[in-house]
Design a protein around this ligand. Structure first.
Ligand SMILES: [Zn+2]
Length: 324
């Protein structure tokens, strides 16, 4: 039986169970938090306790695994995630890669083939170390790769990151989740690039595909073998839940339940609104939390004609295949 790396070590893929394929524990700018968080909106102990409570509550709904694509650019800090993982009965699978919409971080700008410091692509080196040796001496290994292809398309920086992610995937065999813009249909660009780099597209989740209700676009992506990330439930600003449900039901009816995964892209805390996070969250996106799928979406999908077997495919079988 294949295993997948989690924060607490390898787990057999058939033990993952119902899995939310794109949830963050925290979304933070480390530099912002270090300079402006203390004494205002960031209390380390309170936030860790809050995350433990939220994941424990999620576990009580029957979800046994979350897949957390928090990489550099979103505030990845594994020791904090380890503290939380120790206190919950939920598998947490973590990622490597880079979250950048247009530009490379300067730390990679001048290092690489043909650059000032002419060395092999340092992103491949760094991502591979996270996968093979573990992240920053924690012993926790990344089990998938994350990058972004947004509305700006394949800028110089995005192109270089995506190719580094693709090469790392080809060399290590770990799968990819790519953040895309559904309005810009950038999933097409991402899959095109990955295919050219030799990535097996069955190993790719097109993140945020569920922001789209354009069945032609979604079927075109899925017909490559890639999996659609129907992964922003509760973010009604981008696509309201009833629309997301209708689109999934339509795709399931057309035979695509084997190429969709479900999630919220939620987090226990994100620093975009500083100390007003809880208030803004409650006002702007009250359903954007870990339990919306269990509480509201699964009943709505059943109501819309999606079968138990299809729900199992999206929650259990497809995540297991992705990590196999
Ligand atoms: Zn996300």
């Amino acid at each position: 039986m294949p295993t997948v790396e989690t924060v607490k070590g390898p787990v057999e893929v058939d033990q993952l169970g119902p899995t939310l394929m794109h949830e963050h524990v925290f979304v933070l700018s480390t530099e912002y938090r270090e300079n402006y968080g203390a004494g205002t909106w960031w209390d380390e102990e309170a936030r860790v306790a809050d995350a433990v409570a939220k994941l424990t509550s999620l576990r009580a709904k029957g979800i046994t695994t979350i897949v957390d694509p928090t990489v550099w650019g979103l505030g990845r800090y594994i020791p904090r995630i380890q503290r939380i993982a120790e206190q919950v009965d939920v598998n947490i699978i973590v990622a490597t890669g880079l979250y950048a919409f247009e530009e490379l971080p300067h730390q990679y700008e001048h290092r690489g083939p043909g650059l000032v410091l002419d060395i092999p692509e340092p992103m491949v080196t760094d991502f591979t170390r996270d996968i093979v040796d573990g992240i920053a001496g924690t012993g926790v290994k990344a089990a998938f790769l994350k990058c972004v292809v947004e509305a700006a398309g394949l800028t110089h920086g995005v192109d270089r990151i995506a190719r580094a992610v693709a090469r790392t995937s080809v060399e290590t065999g770990v799968p990819i989740t790519v953040h895309t813009s559904s309005p810009a249909q950038s999933g097409r660009l991402a899959l095109d690039l990955f295919a050219k780099e030799g990535v097996e597209l069955t190993k790719v989740v097109v993140g945020h595909a569920g922001d789209s209700n354009d069945l032609d676009y979604l079927m075109a992506l899925a017909d490559t073998g890639a999996t659609l990330g129907m992964d922003r439930f509760g973010l009604d600003l981008y696509n309201p839940t009833p629309e997301r449900v209708r689109t999934i039901a339509a795709l399931a009816e057309r035979g695509y339940a084997d190429r969709m995964v479900l999630s919220h892209d939620a987090s226990c805390f994100m620093d975009y609104f500083g100390e007003l996070y809880d208030a803004v969250h409650a006002a702007a996106a009250p359903n954007w939390h870990y339990e919306h799928i269990s509480d509201d979406v699964l009943p709505a999908l059943r109501e819309a004609g999606v079968t138990e077997a299809q729900l199992d495919q999206m929650l259990v079988d497809n995540p297991r295949r992705y990590f196999s």
